[in-house]
Design a protein around this ligand. Structure first.
Ligand code: BDR
Ligand code: CA
Length: 309
């Protein structure tokens, strides 16, 4: 039996990798893709999700979500992902349309009507999920787990302290982290270990199919940004760590701890705070990825992309 998932995302180059990996795996069933503002605006992230799915010939439905944070000022990541959020000229404009239903309603309806618990995979700001949890707290019993990319046990990337997805909507993130469901976190401390170096990008190109070539090209655009801004040897594949963990959990070393998000204005706004020794005696409710087997990740990525067009 496959694992039913809903992907909540803001594509985004690394979100596109996540989507491709999930599509390729026969262990996952994507019930729907919900979009959020984030890397670029909501219309663009929704368009990008449709572009990716159309290119793969998939008819998985796309539902557009919320277009702004609950309270925080809007930030975007066009500097990292390009003005369109997805610098992939080969991915044509979509012919498919987003669904008339909004993402929050889709999530609530689907979670209420399912006879199997559903895994939510989030790779953008957590606004949609926070609204779902507030509007329909009863759906919690049908959420298997929330697997998300965001935060960091060390430094930030969009402020000295905060990671981008958390900084976009710290209040929403805190609502999600307080929910009584299993939560699995992939923060910068681990995603910065998963670097698409030129050799690894070449490995994707060497697959020899359209997907390997297009995704290698996307990595090159992303890589330039990571070299210029952070001095890395390639781009960090943040979001696909979530899918990699679902498929091959032993690629990651995890530790359970309490995680909160700083919602106070100031230099740490949006920072995740990790009580690794349970000092606050409030319990350990989140599995946090600490280390990754990056070579193993890229072998998995290569094998999955090889199964696509
Ligand atoms: C996160 O921010 C976005 O730019 C990426 O898609 C990823 O979800 C990394 O901080
Ligand atoms: Ca993302």
């Amino acid at each position: 039996m496959t694992l039913p998932i809903i992907l909540d995302c803001d594509p985004g180059i690394d979100d596109a990798f996540s989507l491709a990996m999930a599509l390729a795996s026969d262990k996952l069933t994507i019930l729907g893709v919900t979009t959020t503002y984030g890397n670029v605006g909501l219309d663009q992230t929704t368009n990008n999700a449709l572009r990716i799915l159309d290119w793969f010939g998939s008819d998985i439905p796309v539902f557009a979500g919320v277009d702004r944070p609950l309270l925080a000022e809007t930030v975007d990541a066009a500097a990292y992902h390009g003005e369109t959020g997805l610098e992939a000229p080969e991915l044509a404009q979509p012919t498919s349309k987003k669904q008339p239903l909004d993402a929050v309603s889709f999530l609530i309806d689907t979670l209420r009507s399912t006879d199997r618990k559903i895994t939510l995979v989030a790779s953008g700001p957590l606004t949609n999920l926070a609204i779902v949890l507030r509007l329909a707290p009863d759906v919690i019993e049908n959420i298997e787990q929330i697997v998300f990319m965001g935060g960091s046990t060390d430094y930030g990337n969009d402020s000295p302290a905060a990671e981008f997805n958390m900084l976009c909507d710290p209040h929403a993130a805190q609502i999600v982290l307080s929910a009584d469901v299993p939560k699995i976190m992939f923060g910068l401390n681990v995603t910065h270990q998963v670097i698409a170096t030129p050799e690894r990008v070449q490995m994707l190109r060497d697959i020899g199919n359209d997907t390997g070539r297009v995704f290698a090209d996307m990595s090159v655009f992303f890589e330039k940004v990571y070299r210029e801004i952070y001095g890395f040897s390639g781009s960090a594949l943040h979001d696909p760590c979530t899918i990699a963990w679902l498929l091959k959990p032993d690629l990651f070393e995890m530790r359970k701890m309490r995680v909160d998000v700083d919602t106070n204005s100031g230099i740490s706004f949006g920072r995740t705070v990790h009580d690794i020794w349970n000092i606050g005696k409030k319990g350990c409710h989140t599995d946090v990825a600490l280390n990754a087997d990056a070579d193993g990740f890229f072998v998995l990525l290569r094998d999955l992309l090889a199964a696509l067009r």
